[in-house]
Design a protein around this ligand. Structure first.
Ligand code: BGC
Length: 438
């Protein structure tokens, strides 16, 4: 198999570099201190916040957070690093942390929290969590992700559903196609669009976007139990088995309906293609909804949201969260605690999630004014939580460590970009790559 460079592999290598550098630095003089640690107390409470919310809809959501803090006289130092999925943001964060100057808060999520927790960089949020009763407020599936060795190290902001298909209904109608609800009907619709000279599926160029498509196909083919066996339990028989071969087969079939990019293209550019009538469908998490709204389209009406074909009623989750880096001055610590507390207030949860396209992590938030896609997402989350069928997103780092995630990214993206593809070989390759990355 052609082992071309991929962001996934780069990501795990860079984490290894952090580990090695952190180990070496234990034997070196202390790194340069930040201004506040060096005794120059900041004059007001301030948070420097690293995030990758730079698309139009995302910026609106980030402004809700900034506004909520500014109302409490906490300054906002914006540390935004463009790049959906957070690949570039994580690279910058690692270099700031290794040089001893991490920001006060960073958008960190999933298994990355465990890896940063293990390195000893994160501050405990247990006091805020006890006072605000996070254990009672949060669904267990979420609180467990926020804890490292039983202590809260991050505060969750939202719940994103990843297994969505976004549709421009006017283009579907033009091609005489109907809204698909299974992989079979998806391919029928895609073929009609292709025949009508309409790009069936818009897909950006990042590996994580290809894996977003792959994981929705995998959920459709495998169902939630076997998806978990493969991507959470990392069961080799499941990863190399007949069903996984079928996942690769269906994924391969999808390629015929995608204008595969050779130039860099963000997920938000793909969303814009739907708005501008240049492509009919997009597989993407519901952060795309923030983008459609920001571009003046009503999600659920002008741009439809339906579960990714074959995943009706199921829920792939991606939970955004903020973690806080250890700082020693009181003003920074107070600002961090206020930020963590603010994020879980009902008022913030409502305003932020309305802008972001996601749903609140608290179940007691007034959902009046949320669109039909969010209401469907909230109902599906609850149902899957009750049935124990929620599945974590692979592409978003919620299913496995960054090492395993990188191995999956490599196999999936190599397969997607190869001309000669053999689904049997790909499934075997996946099992082997995952095994060696564990
Ligand atoms: C984040 C979302 C964000 C998306 C695109 C995901 O990794 O969880 O909050 O909107 O990337 O930037």
């Amino acid at each position: 198999m052609n082992m071309s460079f991929s962001a996934g592999r780069y990501r795990s290598l860079s984490l290894a570099v952090v580990l090695i550098t952190a180990a070496i630095s234990a034997f070196l003089p202390a790194p340069a201190m930040s201004a506040s640690d060096a005794g120059q107390q900041p004059e007001q409470q301030e948070v420097e916040v690293l995030h990758w919310w730079t698309a139009k809809g995302e910026m609106k959501a980030a402004q809700v957070l900034q506004g909520s803090l500014e109302q409490q006289s906490i300054g906002w130092k914006n540390f935004a690093i463009a790049g959906g999925g957070g690949e570039s943001a994580m690279t910058v964060l690692k270099s700031r942390a290794v040089s001893g100057n991490p920001p006060s808060a960073a958008q960190l999520k999933g298994y990355d929290l465990q890896e940063w927790g293990m390195l000893g960089f994160l501050t405990s949020l247990d006091e805020v969590a006890d006072a605000q009763r996070w254990d009672q407020l949060l669904p267990p599936v979420i609180s467990q992700i926020m804890k490292y060795q039983g202590h809260y190290v991050a505060v969750p902001v939202n719940i994103h559903r990843v297994n969505w298909l976004w549709i421009n209904p006017a283009l579907l109608e033009k091609a005489g196609a109907t809204v698909p609800d299974s992989l079979e009907s998806f391919f029928v619709a895609a073929e009609k669009l292709k025949q009508a000279n309409i790009v069936p599926v818009a897909l950006g160029s990042d590996p994580w976007q290809e894996v977003t498509l792959f994981e929705s196909v995998a959920l459709a083919v495998l169902g939630p139990q076997d998806y978990r066996r493969a991507f959470v339990d990392l069961d080799s028989d499941m990863l190399a088995g007949e069903q996984m071969v079928d996942v690769f087969r269906q994924f391969e079939h999808m390629r015929q309906y995608i204008d595969v990019k050779t130039k860099a293209m963000e997920w938000s550019d793909a969303s814009a293609m739907l708005v501008e009538g240049k492509a009919a469908m997009q597989f993407m998490g519901d952060w795309a909804k923030g983008e459609f709204s920001a571009l003046g389209k009503t999600p659920g009406k002008e741009i439809l949201c339906v579960p990714a074909p074959g995943t009706q009623g199921l829920f792939t989750y991606n939970i955004d969260s903020f973690a806080f880096f250890k700082h020693s001055d009181d003003l920074s610590i107070q600002a961090q605690e206020t930020m963590a507390h603010t994020i879980l207030t009902p008022d913030f949860q409502r305003k932020f999630n309305l802008a972001k396209g996601s749903i609140p992590v608290r179940t007691d938030v007034d959902m009046t004014g949320f669109d039909s896609c969010s209401l469907a997402s909230a109902a599906a989350f609850q149902l899957n939580q009750q049935n124990n069928t929620l599945v974590p997103s692979i592409s978003q780092g919620l299913a496995s460590t960054s090492y395993v995630q990188a191995a999956i990214f490599d196999v999936v993206t190599d397969f997607f970009h190869s001309k000669q593809t053999d689904p049997v070989k790909a499934a075997n390759q996946l099992a082997r790559a995952v095994k060696s990355a564990r």
